[in-house]
Ligand binder design. Structure first.
Ligand code: CAA
Length: 257
């Protein structure tokens, strides 16, 4: 009997999720995505949830999709089941998500990281999309999200050679937002998550909607979208509170209304 593929704990307004298949280097199987979605789809609607942190263990954030689960599948089965489509549900969640990465973030593990809003990584983390070495290619969004983040040349290099990138290169390329000592990764991510969760939830949700819009539309359309959602925040009490607190030189208390 194998245990749950993820374990989680709620810390006030933050949800900490730990991938829990250490013997398989957290290889992502169908249970993993199903458990993540079962937890996060309802949690996404919880007004008291401000941010999610996803992590693995010291050796691996996740070393990819589960190769053993896929190896004997036919084309027909992969296509009929729309294998990996469930990850799109995860990718579309609105609550901010931070990946806290130690060790390997490879293949689907790297692609899971790319589905989070940003990543905080340890100095010995390693990244890559090595699917080409298995006779396949990325299938969890890597060919789309990686070039948007690090540019086409580096994305092509990583996807076509399958090489691993160290943490310093990943930081320089913009693949991760921050590098910290390995043993400070989860703590740093939780701190960032608490900060985000302390802000107005309508503001954080709309800010990430606006940033994500940039992947889909022209600059002028995106800027218009941004202005319109910016204007809409003036319908919130949190805007009144945030600006009043600044003027009154006190700390704001946001309620999400
Ligand atoms: N799927 C299934 N099992 C995996 C796995 C994966 N992606 N990665 C590691 N494991 C398993 C190994 O099979 C091994 O299990 P056994 O002890 O039963 O043999 C266990 O985890 C430990 O792994 P290693 O012995 O290989 O550990 P290592 O330290 O020698 O090497 C590694 C570490 C370099 C990360 C190596 O495990 C590796 O190359 N893993 C595969 C990486 C990969 O190819 N990822 C892409 C997967 S395909 C994909 O992700 C498709 C997609 O687009 C979503």
């Amino acid at each position: 009997m194998s245990g749950p593929a993820i374990v989680w704990e709620r810390r006030d307004r933050v949800l900490l999720i730990t991938l829990n298949r250490p013997r398989q280097l957290n290889a992502l199987n169908r249970d993993t995505v199903r458990e993540l979605n079962a937890l996060l789809v309802p949690a996404d609607k919880d007004p008291a949830l401000g941010c999610v942190v996803i992590t693995g263990n010291d050796k691996a954030f996740a070393a990819g999709a589960d190769i053993k689960e896929m190896q004997d599948k036919s084309y027909q089965a992969m296509a009929r089941d729309d294998h990996f489509a469930e990850w799109e549900t995860f990718a579309r969640l609105r609550t901010p998500r931070i990946a806290a990465v130690n060790g390997y973030a490879l293949g689907g593990g790297c692609e899971l990281m790319l589905m989070c809003d940003f990543a905080i990584a340890g100095r010995s983390a390693k990244f890559g999309l090595p699917e080409i070495k298995l006779g396949v290619m990325p299938g969890m969004g890597g060919t789309q999200r990686l070039p948007r983040l690090v540019g086409r040349a580096l994305a092509m290099d990583l996807i076509l050679t399958g090489r691993m990138m160290d943490a310093a290169e990943a930081l320089a390329a913009g693949l991760v937002a921050r590098l910290v000592d390995d043993d400070a990764v989860v703590e740093t991510a939780l701190k960032a998550a608490e900060t985000i969760a302390g802000y107005s939830k309508p503001a954080t949700l709309l800010a990430r909607d606006a940033v994500n819009r940039a992947d889909e539309v022209s600059l002028s359309e995106g800027a218009l979208f941004e202005r319109r959602v910016f204007h809409s925040l003036f319908a919130t009490e949190d805007q009144r509170e945030g600006m009043a607190a600044f003027v009154e030189k006190r700390k704001p208390t946001f309620t999400g209304s």
